[in-house]
Ligand binder design. Structure first.
Ligand code: MG
Length: 161
């Protein structure tokens, strides 16, 4: 068994789509970033990379590289899973927390969990997804950005040496 944690923050700005867990969510602002800035999936990527002993997401997908500009973070997540699989690991479960003042995540929860489960080759029930506000405190509380935390558990598969 290997455990990994991930953490990410992105700034909210006007004129960008809000993409969380690969789902486009109607909102007056979106997250700013080189890719689609999917803060949820970036935390998942970092947790996977950390658990499997790779560098962080910025090391794997440099924001100076034009091939990652505007890319769906589901593709980045799939690439992380290739790396995890090459080391002989499979995902057991993961638990994600989104820190955001709004919008409500509940209407999109199932779609997000299904997106992540499909890429990670697990049952959607193994994807924990929670959301909290920060009670108006700090940059997240002021609506300046969103943050996400993720913990993931990997196990070595039968095919591993
Ligand atoms: Mg990020």
């Amino acid at each position: 068994m290997r455990i990994g944690q991930g953490y990410d923050v992105h700034r909210l700005v006007a004129g960008r789509d809000l993409i969380l867990g690969g789902v486009k969510i109607p909102h007056e602002k979106g997250l700013l970033g080189h890719s689609d800035a999917d803060v949820l999936l970036h935390a998942v990527c970092d947790a996977l990379l950390g658990a499997a002993g790779f560098g962080d997401i910025g090391h794997q997908f440099p924001d100076s590289d034009p091939q990652f500009k505007g890319i769906s973070s589901l593709i980045l997540l799939a690439h992380c899973m290739v790396l995890v699989g090459e080391k002989g690991f499979q995902v057991v479960n993961l638990d994600i927390t989104l820190l955001a003042e709004k919008p409500k995540l509940a209407p999109y929860r199932q779609a997000i969990c299904e997106n992540i489960a499909e890429v990670l080759c697990i049952d959607p029930e193994e994807v924990g997804l929670k959301a909290t506000t920060t009670e108006g405190l700090g940059p997240v509380g002021r609506g300046e950005g969103m943050a996400a935390l993720c913990v993931v558990l990997l196990e070595r598969g039968k095919e591993a040496s």
